[in-house]
Write a protein that binds this ligand. Structure first.
Ligand SMILES: [Zn+2]
Length: 209
């Protein structure tokens, strides 16, 4: 069987959904060949946490390390996709049913993949990681955690705490995946965030096979 790479990153586009209060995503062509320019040229302006992106510890930890210092092993290699049917938040009890292991790369597929990305409106009710689950992930010593909407923590629930717990423990976080086409199981993961020097996060392209 031919195993093909599947793109689980969301397309970046002008005016796309973003975290409330964060800068908007502007992608504009500033030079157009159809207007006689010698080339096409696009200007982009957005938060480092737009679309599919990673969080560096620096996002919530004042002296945490920054994006360009991320070890490649955090984002390249075998990973496990867990499909969870949580309706609200992912809890420690939900995670205790899974087989988590130290140094594991785990991606959580929830209803976000089909529901939250279906609209360009920000979904305040997306499934997020409750702080007790964040603590459990730290205790299990996982290396990398990926989620299928814009934040590991919820909107007005555990947002700060979940980030502080996971980033404080050095877990590398991938946010904004779309896992709609992916089922539970093991995959090869390649996720490469752009090399933003000193940054607390960076957009990335993520593929699974
Ligand atoms: Zn982020």
């Amino acid at each position: 069987m031919k195993r093909t790479w599947k793109d689980v990153s969301v397309p970046l586009r002008d005016g796309m959904v973003h975290w409330p209060g964060d800068p908007e995503c502007h992608i504009k062509r500033v030079s157009r060949m159809e207007d006689g320019a010698v080339c096409n040229l696009t200007h982009i302006s957005m938060s480092a946490h737009t679309g599919t992106h990673m969080d560096a510890p620096r996002h919530f930890i004042a002296d945490g390390i920054t994006m360009e210092q991320m070890p490649f092993e955090a984002v390249i290699g075998r990973c496990r996709v867990f499909e969870l049917d949580c309706e609200d938040q992912i809890t420690a009890d939900d995670l205790k049913k899974l087989r988590l292991a130290p140094r594991q790369r785990v991606l959580f597929k929830t209803r976000n993949s089909t529901r939250s990305w279906a609209t360009n409106e920000f979904d305040k009710d997306f499934v997020s990681i409750r702080q007790d689950a964040a603590q459990y992930l730290v205790e299990q010593e996982v290396m990398t955690v990926g989620v299928d909407y814009l934040s590991i923590g919820g909107f007005n629930k555990d947002g700060v705490e979940t980030h502080q717990i996971m980033l404080g423990a050095g877990i590398w976080v991938i946010e904004g995946l779309n896992l709609a086409e992916i089922s539970d199981g093991y995959y090869e993961l390649i996720c490469l965030p752009i090399k933003l020097e000193g940054a607390d996060g960076a957009p990335c392209r993520v593929v699974l096979r």
